[in-house]
Design a protein around this ligand. Structure first.
Ligand code: FRU
Length: 436
């Protein structure tokens, strides 16, 4: 389709994750591999399944405590509703809502589940999927919660937001508000594929931040390259510098992931996050992978680190890699150009002995990485993917630390299950500094 391909070349000004980059992915490299988790891992709260998790933070990305409490938000589903079974775990997306937890110490052992955040009925669609929770600048206790509002019929996936207040005393943390939900933006079919172009389109996981270079507020999100699914031509730009005689592998054209970005044009000081300008993707993975989920950013040493999670199952053509977190680095600020971290893009993957043990890794500004446990093979099991013997997680994995050194990353530390660290406290006097 001519109209679609001319649109594609018009908007594809971003960087590429190429087939040549993905060829450099090495499984089980100790610097980029999660430790094998103990089969006897602890569970934070066995009444709910917990998966994608994000910490209370400021608009610059710093994790903050509120009145001395660590606060985390997560997608959860009630085990009583799904069934406390393997099937229940795998059906969780159809029961998903945003819950919260709080802890005095940040140690995984003492998280308390606090319940639902968004008022029941306020989200006009069926489910609440991933996003982020940001303390409003210049406010003592306003929280803007960004999330994905997802519907089954009609099929919809819309980055959205809702606002409330966080409250705490010596005994715990609770919330008020979060009773009005507003759409942010939708897949436009021009910068990002919509459902008409791609029945498997992804459009979700808003991550909001203030860009240090221009002081503007942006949203990162998961998207797909615009165009009809499977109708892409994989050329030398998508292949990258591959060995001689490498031909385009069959099926590569079904990989069309994009790390999306939009700029806020409404007035955030009034809590209005309803108007955004859609911009071309920062990184596209055309020919390589069909999903780059939960994109987020870390600014360090003048470099911009862009992280995203992806699955083994969404690589296309001959490309392959583990479930885990991948990343790209720019020396020129948020708009790139980006180079794949570690040459390949792989930052932390699951070990081949436990290929689906963790997912949804989130890298904080100090390099601490949280993830959830998915399915953990029984030690010695002949088939690590055998549902009869693997243990379902639905709780947080051990936190690990990575060091970011230019274009390289290194796994350096393994911490406790669900351990978190904060880089700031709230309220602070600087929270009220308009120049922040
Ligand atoms: C990542 C993810 C997100 C989505 C959520 C749904 O694990 O697929 O992209 O918002 O999980 O459960």
């Amino acid at each position: 389709m001519n109209a679609v391909s001319s649109t594609q070349s018009a908007v594809q000004s971003g960087s590429r994750w190429t087939i040549a980059d993905a060829m450099k992915i090495r499984a089980d490299d100790p610097t980029t591999t999660m430790p094998v988790i103990d089969y006897a891992f602890p569970v934070i709260d066995s009444d709910v399944w917990q998966w994608d998790t994000w910490l209370l933070r400021d608009i610059h990305g710093k994790t903050v405590t509120f009145k001395g409490w660590y606060v985390m938000f997560a997608l959860v589903a009630d085990r009583a509703a799904t069934g406390d079974t393997t099937e229940g775990w795998h059906s969780r997306n159809n029961y998903s809502y945003i819950g919260y937890y709080y802890s005095r110490t940040g140690n995984g052992a003492d998280w308390k589940f606090g319940g639902r955040v968004i008022k029941e009925g306020a989200n006009s669609r069926s489910w609440e999927w991933s996003g982020c929770a940001v303390m409003r600048e210049n406010s003592a206790n306003t929280v803007d919660l960004f999330y994905t509002s997802v519907n089954d019929t009609p099929s919809e996936s819309v980055p959205s937001y809702t606002t409330g207040r966080i409250l705490a005393d010596a005994t715990g943390v609770w919330f008020e508000g979060f009773d009005v939900c507003t759409d942010m933006f939708q897949a436009d079919g021009v910068n990002y594929a919509n459902i008409v172009e791609d029945a498997y389109w992804d459009f979700r996981d808003p991550h909001i931040f203030r860009n240090p270079d221009d002081n503007q507020i942006y949203a990162l999100f998961e998207g797909n390259v615009p165009g009809m699914r499977g109708n892409f031509t994989i050329g030398s730009d998508e292949m990258g510098p591959v060995p001689p005689a490498t031909t385009v592998p069959a099926g590569a054209q079904y990989g069309a992931a994009a790390i999306g970005i939009a700029r806020l044009t409404s007035d955030s000081t009034r809590g209005d996050f309803s108007k955004w300008e859609m911009l071309p993707a920062l990184v596209t993975a055309l020919g390589v992978n069909d999903q780059t989920e939960r994109p987020h950013v870390v600014f360090q040493d003048g470099l911009t680190y862009l992280f995203t999670i992806s699955h083994h199952s969404t690589f296309t053509g001959n490309s392959t890699g583990p479930d885990g977190v991948y990343g790209f680095v720019s020396r020129n600020g948020i708009f790139g150009p980006y180079a794949p971290l570690n040459g390949s893009g792989l930052v932390l993957g699951n070990p081949s002995a436990a290929p689906y043990e963790t997912y949804s890794h989130f890298v904080d500004p100090a390099g601490y990485v949280q993830s959830f446990i998915d399915t953990l093979p029984q030690p010695g099991s002949a088939d690590p993917q055998d549902p009869a013997t693997y243990r379902i997680g639905g709780t947080l994995a051990p936190t690990v630390k990575i060091v970011l050194e230019g274009e390289r990353t290194y796994l350096t530390e393994v911490h406790a299950y669900g351990q978190v660290y904060a880089q700031g406290v709230w309220p602070t006097s600087s929270a009220f500094d308009k120049r922040s």
